[in-house]
Structures are given as structure tokens and as C-alpha cells.
Design a protein around this ligand. Structure first.
Ligand SMILES: *Cc1c(COP(=O)(O)O)cnc(C)c1O
Length: 436
């Protein structure tokens, strides 16, 4: 990086002053512990609350109060509930690089992964394998385990051996992250049995962003589908799901998308499946043809596009919070967000490397190249272990501890500052002193 980073408070403050997105920090509630604003590095776990979210929810509370059930259709109401899932489509499509018809907010992430696998994991006795990165997020691992068992033993027959079905790609000896060439080689190696490639788009533990375009292309070449869990990618990096030809994806909205704890997930299904009625799916009335929905008749006719995967009517209060956050993303745009993100994460990396020159305590697991990572740095602790993390917490640094020895820090461009990165190093110095 040609960036002329400097290890001084003045430099950090100057960067904040020149930051085109600086006003957005004040759009968020920053948690206060012991009378002090924390340095919040856990936006990859739960994004902070936008101040405008409350009014979005209160509006729907008011309409519920005024209209009751009529809120679904009443023309006097802005944003009727019957259409409520549609209002964020443009913004969502922009964030993940899709067409509005390819996306819909619904359910929660793990639920959606199962629903998408109903359509996109169609094993036969010959083609039944799934490729995934080793150490995938636990919920995803349970999804695979249960899907494999569900399909392997159908109707009392054994279709395939579930133990053989999951191919996990690990880094090479002495390396922390995956090489694209190794992923592609694995796809080719298993091509005759491969049914699906499904990976975390941005790996939650290492912070590595995979090359979705190349992986998708390699999967398609051998007749397999390619889908991604974008929990750590959506709202973090620029995505082009449609152009990259990705078949399906899902993400949660409570991490970088700041929509509130446990809130709704997003789903993407490529346009080529928009009217594909041959794809099996689990159906519900909200996925059924809108014009026919209230005829309450038998015979499922799916809505066009991602809408056709919906099951239930919309959780309006949750979606309202999602829309408040989407409004901010629409104002800022992923391009500007990403631009700051690269600078901010680079600055934290620079400061950590400077600190390491005095006393080497960290190894950074996350790739060095900005194009291979988002805003998270995963630090492997060579010394001091969990007590160091606890000392940092005591000093108002809210990071994330992962066994056995990893601290994950995510400087989020919407609300974290350059000055905070500088202050973090000061607190780190104090924490290390306290342990000596
Ligand atoms: C956060 C996260 C989840 C969480 O799933 P929920 O169904 O929303 O609880 C799943 N997968 C990945 C990769 C995650 O990072």
C-alpha cells in the first residue's frame, strides 16, 4: 500500500477531519461503559443502532394503533404491510450487486440456507458432494450435517455415504488462508461427484474474502451450483452477485447491516431461476402468486424471482429497522464506504505492525491485500493469551475473542474513526504493561 500512514494522534485526527463519511458516526448510538464511549470493534457480530431506527419502528407502531388489520391495505397508509417486503429491494440489490427481482428480505439466515438447499442441493447416488471451506461457521456446519443425513437416508435406503459427501478445503501447511488455485483444483478433483460448492463468502474467522467469481465459474464448469453465505460480506465489501453469476446466497442484516439483534435475513437467487418452476422448493402463501394469494385455493404458483421463496407474511417491525439502516447505505453507497474501509483497516494494520516492531505479540491471519479482505483483522496472539483480551475489555475496547488465541477486530467505516485506531494502540500498550 502506498498510503503514507503515520503513527501519531495528529495524523489520525487529520484523517478523521478529511473523511467524507465523518458525519455518519453521529448517526449511531455508541455504547458507553463506565461513563466512557467504547471502541466498538464488534460490528461484525452486532452492528450498532442507527439513531433513525426508532422512528421507523414507531411509525409502524402508530399505524398498527390507527389501522389495525387495515394497515395491510389501507390507502391512507404509506408503505402498506401487504407489500412491505418490497420496499428495500433497490437498496438491497445495490448492496449485493444484484437486480431487485433477485433479492428479498425474509426469515433468518440459517433458515434461508436450508430453504435454498432444498432447491440447490439435489444429490443423486453419483453426484452428491458439497465443497466448503474447513472451519465454516458452526451453524453452516450443522446445516450441511443435517442436510446430508436427510438426503443420504431417504425412504429407508442409503443413497450415498454422508461421511464422504462433505469436502472441506484447508489452508496449506504453514498458511492461514486458502489459495484460489487450491479451491479450483479441489472442484476439478471432485468434479464427477460434485453437486454444490457452498462457502462463506467472507470467512468469519480469518476475514478472508474469497474470489466468488472464479469459484462460481469453476463450479459451473463441472455442472455444480455455487452459493455463498454472505453474513460477513453484505454491507462490508462490494459484491456483484449477478455479474459473477452466483446461483444463490443469503446473509444476515444484524452484522454490518446494522438492523438489530436477530433481525431479518436477505436472500439472493439468480435471475435465471426467476421463473424456473422445475426447481423444487418448500412453499408458503407469501411465495404464492400475489394476484391469487387471497383466493385461498390449492395449487402453489410461485411468485417471480426471489419472492417465490418466501413462506410467511412479513415481520413488519423487524423490517422497519432494516429499512432505517438501508436508507443510510443508500445515502453513502458501497463504493464510498469501501473506500474508507480500505483506508481505516489499513491504518489499524499499519499501527499493529508498528507495535509488533517493539514487541511482537500478534500475527495477522487476515490477508494483507485489501481485495482479499473486508474490514476485519483477525489477530493471532503469540503471547499473553486471554488475559490480554480481558485487559483490553477493561479499558473499553470491545473486540471478539475466539478460542484458542484469536482476537477479531472490525473497524467499521460507518462509525469507527482513525483516532480510535490510534487510541486502541495506546490501550494495548497499557494492557501489556499491566500483565508484565
Ligand atoms: C452470523 C452467522 C450466521 C448466523 O446465522 P443466524 O441464522 O442468523 O443465527 C450464520 N452463518 C455465518 C457465516 C455467520 O457469520
Amino acid at each position: 500500500m502506498a498510503e503514507n500512514y503515520q503513527n501519531t494522534l495528529e495524523y489520525a485526527q487529520k484523517m478523521d477531519q478529511e473523511d467524507p463519511l465523518k458525519k455518519y458516526r453521529n448517526e449511531f448510538h455508541i455504547p458507553i461503559i463506565d461513563g466512557q464511549q467504547v471502541i466498538y470493534y464488534t460490528g461484525n457480530s452486532l452492528g450498532l443502532q442507527p439513531k433513525r431506527t426508532r422512528s421507523f419502528i414507531e411509525k409502524e407502531m402508530k399505524d398498527w394503533e390507527l389501522f389495525g388489520v387495515e394497515g395491510h391495505f389501507n390507502k391512507k397508509k404509506e408503505n402498506i404491510w401487504y407489500k412491505y417486503h418490497e420496499y428495500g429491494k433497490d437498496a438491497i440489490a445495490e448492496i449485493v450487486g444484484a437486480k431487485p427481482i433477485e433479492v428479498v428480505p425474509m426469515n433468518n439466515l440459517t433458515v434461508n440456507l436450508h430453504l435454498l438447499l432444498v432447491s440447490f442441493y439435489r444429490p443423486t447416488a453419483k453426484k452428491f458432494k458439497i465443497i466448503v471451506e474447513k472451519g465454516a461457521f458452526p451453524s453452516d456446519q450443522y446445516v450441511f450435517e443435517s442436510q446430508l443425513n436427510f438426503h443420504a437416508f431417504h425412504g429407508g435406503q442409503k443413497l450415498f455415504d454422508p461421511q464422504e459427501a462433505l469436502v472441506e478445503i484447508a489452508p496449506r501447511e504453514g498458511e492461514d488462508t486458502l489459495r484460489t488455485e487450491d479451491i479450483i483444483a479441489t472442484i476439478e478433483e471432485h468434479q464427477n461427484e460434485l453437486c454444490l460448492v457452498m462457502m462463506g463468502g467472507l470467512q468469519y474467522y480469518t476475514g478472508q474474502f474469497f474470489d466468488l467469481k472464479k469459484i462460481t465459474k469453476a463450479a459451473h464448469k463441472v455442472g455444480a451450483y455455487a452459493g455463498f453465505d454472505l453474513a460477513h460480506a453484505a454491507g462490508n465489501i462490494e459484491l456483484k452477485l449477478h455479474d459473477w453469476d452466483v446461483d444463490f446466497a443469503s446473509w444476515c442484516t444484524y452484522k454490518y447491516l446494522n438492523s438489530g439483534p436477530g433481525n431479518v435475513s436477505g436472500v439472493y437467487v439468480h435471475e435465471r431461476f426467476a421463473n424456473d418452476k422445475s426447481l423444487p422448493r418448500f412453499a408458503g402463501w407469501w411465495g404464492h402468486d400475489e394476484k391469487e394469494r387471497f383466493k385461498m385455493e390449492k395449487g402453489f404458483i410461485p411468485m417471480e424471482g426471489a419472492d417465490g421463496w418466501q413462506l410467511s407474511n412479513t415481520n413488519v417491525l423487524g423490517h422497519a429497522a432494516h429499512y432505517a439502516s438501508l436508507e443510510i447505505f443508500k445515502e453513502v453507497g458501497m463504493k464510498a464506504l469501501r473506500k474508507k474501509s480500505v483506508l481505516l483497516t489499513g491504518y489499524l494494520e499499519f499501527l499493529i505492525n508498528e507495535f509488533n516492531k517493539q514487541e511482537k505479540i500478534f500475527e495477522i491471519l487476515t490477508p494483507k491485500e485489501p481485495e482479499n479482505r473486508g474490514c476485519q483483522l483477525s489477530l493471532y496472539l503469540l503471547k499473553y493469551g486471554k488475559p490480554l483480551f480481558d485487559e483490553l475489555m477493561k479499558r473499553g475496547v470491545l473486540g471478539d475473542w475466539r478460542e484458542p488465541d484469536v482476537i477479531r477486530l472490525a473497524p467499521v467505516p460507518l462509525y469507527n474513526t482513525f483516532e480510535e485506531q490510534y487510541l486502541f494502540i495506546e490501550k494495548l500498550r497499557e494492557a501489556v504493561e499491566a500483565l508484565k
